[in-house]
Design a protein. Structure first.
Ligand SMILES: [Zn+2]
Length: 486
C-alpha cells in the first residue's frame, strides 16, 4: 500500500525531529498508526484521522525515567502528573534494592522500603505486573527486583550476611522475577537492610541474571569517602556475573570528596573497555532519602521532607529545628524518625561532570510519596534540557535528548523504544526547546515545568496543549532485549 493511501491515526506535522539517537535534528512529519510510529519524513500527501501542527516545536521520543521509585505511585496516582508533565512516557521502577514485590503483606515496613509508601505489597513479581497492567497508569512501567526487598522477605535478621539457604531462596526469587518480566536486579547495600550483605552474597543471589539476562543496578555501599572501593566492588560483581552494570544516581558526597568525580569517572571509563557499565544521574546538587541521624554530621544543610511523628517539620531545616528545640541536630533527627530528608551534599562541578559523561542516563530518583518532595520529582527532565543544556551549554539538544531516550532504551534493553523511527512504539514528546525549563525548587518543589506541549504513550495523548488528558495508556514493559555485557 502506498504511503498516500494509508490512513494513519495521527500525524504530527511540521515539527523538528530530534530522534533520540544523538543524530542532528531534521524537519520531518511523524505518522502514528496502531500505537507505533508508521513513518517519519515529508508526509504532505499522507492522510490521518487527526493532524496536529507542531511547527516550531521539537518532536522527540518520550523520556524514559531510568531511575524511578514509582512502584506504588503508578497504582495509587496513575495520572502520574509529576512525570507526564515533564514528558516522561516510561518509568523504570524497583531501584536502589527497593521493590514492592515479592513481599508479604504482613511483613515488616522497615526503612528504606517505606520510601515507596505504605499499603500495597505483592507476594510475587507477577502479581505486581498484573496490578500495573490492570491499573493502568499514564506511563509505561518497567521494573527491577530489589535485593533489600528480598532480604526483608527471606531473612529473620537482616543485620548479618545471608545463610546458604537464605541465599538460595533469594536466588530463586530473582529467577522467578526475571521470568515474570523484571528488567534485572537492583541492590542498595548503602541501606541498613542490605548493608551486611557480602559481595559473595550479591553475586550468588544475582546468578540468574547471567543465565536469563538482565541488568545489575546498584545504589552502591558508599558514595562518600569509600566511593572508589564501592565502584570496584560493583565492577567485580558485574564481571563475576558477566552482566551489564548501572551505577545508580552517581555522585560523590561530603565536602572532603568534592571533585572526586574526576577519579570515579576515570575508573568507570577504563572499566568500560572491558565490561558494560553505565550511570544514571539527576541534575541537582542535593540528594534525598530517609533521614539517618548517624549521617547528619556529613552535611551542613539538611531539609526535612516528611516525618511521621512531626508532620509539621516538613520543609523545615534541621539546623533551625535544633535551634528552636534547643538540642543538637542529631537529637532532632532522632526525634523525627521515621522521616525523610534532602541533603545538600554534592558539588555542582561534580554534578556537571557526571551529567556530561558519555554513558550517563537521566533518572529522576524522585519520590512521589513525600509531603514535600525533592524538586527532581517534578523538574528533572526539563532541567537537563533547559538549564544544563540550553543555558549552561553542557551538551546540545540532540545529546540531552539521547541521554533521556535512546541511550536509556539501549542500556535497559527496552525493545523498540527511545527512538523516533518507523516501527518503534509511539511514545513521543513535543516541546518548545527555547522555553522548556523546570520551575520546581526546594521551596516550591511541586511547581510544574514549562515548555512541554504534548506527550503520547503508544500514540495516545497523555498531555495535550500543556495540560493532562486523563488518559492512562501505559503498559507493563516485559519485552526486554538482551544487553551485551561487554
Ligand atoms: Zn538510591
Amino acid at each position: 500500500m502506498s504511503q498516500a493511501a494509508q490512513m494513519h491515526d495521527l500525524i504530527l506535522a511540521g515539527g523538528t525531529v530530534v530522534d533520540g539517537t544523538g543524530q542532528a535534528r531534521r524537519r520531518a512529519d511523524v505518522a502514528v498508526s496502531g500505537g507505533r510510529i508508521a513513518a517519519v519524513g515529508d508526509l504532505a500527501d499522507a492522510k490521518a484521522r487527526r493532524t496536529m501542527d507542531v511547527a516550531g516545536l521539537v518532536v522527540s521520543p518520550g523520556f524514559i525515567d531510568s531511575h524511578a521509585h514509582d512502584d506504588l505511585a503508578v497504582l495509587e496516582m496513575p495520572d502520574m502528573l509529576p512525570k507526564v508533565s515533564q514528558g516522561v512516557t516510561t518509568v523504570v521502577n524497583g531501584n536502589c534494592g527497593i521493590s514492592l514485590a515479592p513481599l508479604r503483606a504482613d511483613g515488616p515496613q522497615m526503612p528504606p522500603l517505606n520510601l515507596l509508601g505504605q499499603g500495597y505489597r505483592f507476594g510475587s513479581f507477577a502479581e505486581y505486573r498484573h496490578a500495573v497492567d490492570n491499573g493502568p497508569a499514564a506511563v509505561n512501567v518497567a521494573a527491577l527486583v530489589g535485593h533489600c526487598t528480598l532480604r526483608v522477605l527471606r531473612m529473620a535478621d537482616v543485620a548479618r550476611p545471608a545463610s546458604g539457604s537464605e541465599i538460595e531462596a533469594m536466588r530463586q526469587d530473582v529467577e522467578q522475577a526475571l521470568l515474570d518480566g523484571a528488567l534485572g536486579v537492583s541492590t542498595g547495600t548503602f541501606y541498613p537492610p542490605a548493608a551486611a550483605a557480602t559481595e559473595a552474597e550479591v553475586i550468588a543471589v544475582c546468578e540468574p541474571l547471567t543465565r536469563l539476562g538482565g541488568i545489575y543496578a546498584t545504589h552502591m555501599r558508599d558514595e562518600g569517602d569509600r566511593v572508589m572501593d564501592a565502584i570496584d566492588e560493583s565492577l567485580r560483581i558485574g564481571a563475576a556475573l558477566n552482566v551489564p552494570i548501572v551505577i545508580s544516581h552517581h555522585k560523590v558526597v561530603g565536602k572532603q570528596n568534592h571533585g572526586r568525580s574526576v577519579q570515579t569517572l576515570a575508573r568507570l571509563q577504563d572499566a568500560a573497555r572491558r565490561q558494560a557499565v553505565c550511570l544514571d544521574c539527576y541534575p541537582y546538587d542535593a540528594s534525598s532519602t530517609i533521614l539517618r541521624p548517624e549521617r547528619v554530621d556529613i552535611c551542613d544543610r539538611i531539609m526535612v521532607t516528611w516525618s511521621e511523628p512531626h508532620p509539621e517539620a516538613s520543609g523545615r531545616y534541621l539546623e533551625d529545628l535544633a535551634r528552636e528545640w534547643n538540642c543538637s541536630r542529631r537529637e532532632v533527627a532522632e526525634a523525627l524518625l521515621p522521616a525523610g530528608a534532602v541533603y545538600f551534599i554534592m558539588d555542582d562541578g561534580d554534578v556537571r561532570r557526571i551529567l556530561k559523561y558519555p554513558d550517563t542516563m537521566i533518572g529522576s530518583d524522585g519520590l512521589c510519596g513525600e509531603g514535600r518532595p525533592h524538586p527532581r520529582l517534578w523538574g528533572t527532565f526539563p532541567r537537563v534540557l533547559g538549564r544544563y543544556g540550553r543555558e549552561l551549554g553542557l551538551f546540545n539538544l540532540e545529546e540531552a535528548v539521547f541521554r533521556m531516550t535512546g541511550l536509556t532504551a539501549m542500556r535497559m534493553g527496552l525493545r523498540d523504544r527511545g527512538r523516533v523511527a518507523p516501527g518503534c512504539h509511539a511514545d513521543l514528546t513535543v516541546f518548545d526547546a527555547d522555553t522548556i525549563i523546570d520551575n520546581a525548587t526546594f521551596d516550591t518543589p511541586t511547581e510544574m515545568s514549562s515548555g512541554m506541549r504534548h506527550v503520547f504513550v503508544g500514540g495516545v495523548a497523555t498531555w495535550e496543549d500543556g495540560a493532562p488528558t486523563g488518559a492512562r495508556p501505559g503498559r507493563f514493559i516485559s519485552d526486554r532485549i538482551g544487553v551485551a555485557a561487554a
